[in-house]
Design a protein around this ligand. Structure first.
Ligand code: MLT
Length: 201
C-alpha cells in the first residue's frame, strides 16, 4: 500500500497509524499525529480504492452504504500490510494505535471488528458501525476513543452509541466524546483525543 513512515524519537511509544478520510492522502493527518504524540513513529497509509479519483480504504455502494465484500477484503489487505510494515521498519506489531477520520475511522473500526490484536488502541473521528451481525474478537485491553457528532449527517448519534456498545461488549475500553459540528473534525475534538491519549498511553 502507498504509505509513508516517519521514525519517532522514542521507540517505546506506540506507532501511530494514520488513516485519512475519503479523498484524502497519507499527508492529511500528519498534523494530528504531531498533536497526539510528537515523539511517536508514524505510519500513514493511502487507501487503495479510488472513487471518482478520490482515495478510500474500501468501496461503498452509496454514501454511508458499504460494499461489505470489499470492506472484508480491504480490511485483510490492511491487516497484512501492518504485519509487513512492522518487519520492514522494525517496530512492534503489537503496539499500533490508529488515528482515523471518517472512511479511515471506518476501516480502523473494521480492523477491530475482524481481528484480535490488530490494534492496541484507536482514535476514531466520526466512525460508523462497520458491520453488523458478526461476533467481534475479544478486545480486552484495547483502548478506543470515539469522536462523534450530535448532528453528524453521516452518522446519527444513535449509531455512535451503538458502536460504543458493540466494542464494549467485546471488552474494549471506550471513551465517547461529543461535538456539535456535523461530520467535521474540529480542533476541540483533536484536543479531547490528545488528552485521552495522554491518559491511556
Ligand atoms: C464511508 O464510506 O466510510 C463513510 O461514508 C464515510 C466517508 O467516507 O465519508
Amino acid at each position: 500500500m502507498k504509505h509513508l513512515f516517519q521514525k519517532g524519537t522514542d521507540p517505546n511509544k506506540p506507532v501511530l497509524l494514520l488513516l485519512h478520510g475519503t479523498g484524502g492522502t497519507e499527508q492529511d493527518l500528519l498534523p494530528l499525529a504531531e498533536k497526539i504524540d510528537g515523539a511517536a513513529s508514524v505510519l500513514s497509509v493511502r487507501g487503495n480504492v479510488l472513487e471518482n479519483g478520490m482515495p478510500r480504504f474500501f468501496a461503498r455502494l452509496a454514501e454511508g452504504v458499504f460494499d461489505e465484500e470489499d470492506l472484508i477484503f480491504r480490511t485483510k489487505e490492511l491487516y497484512d500490510f501492518l504485519g509487513e510494515a512492522s518487519e520492514k521498519y522494525a517496530f512492534d506489531r503489537k503496539n499500533i494505535v490508529a488515528i482515523g477520520y471518517s472512511n479511515g475511522a471506518n476501516i480502523a473500526g473494521s480492523l477491530l471488528f475482524h481481528y484480535k490484536d490488530s490494534l492496541k488502541g484507536a482514535i476514531l473521528h466520526h466512525p460508523m458501525v462497520p458491520r453488523r451481525g458478526i461476533d467481534l474478537p475479544d478486545l480486552t485491553g484495547t483502548e478506543v476513543f470515539i469522536g462523534a457528532g450530535t448532528n453528524d449527517p453521516m452518522c446519527p448519534a444513535a449509531e455512535s452509541e451503538e458502536l460504543k456498545k458493540l466494542l464494549e461488549e467485546a471488552r474494549a475500553n471506550v471513551g465517547l466524546h461529543w461535538e456539535n459540528y456535523g461530520h467535521q473534525l474540529t480542533y476541540g475534538e483533536v484536543e479531547a483525543a490528545a488528552a485521552w491519549y495522554k491518559k491511556h498511553f
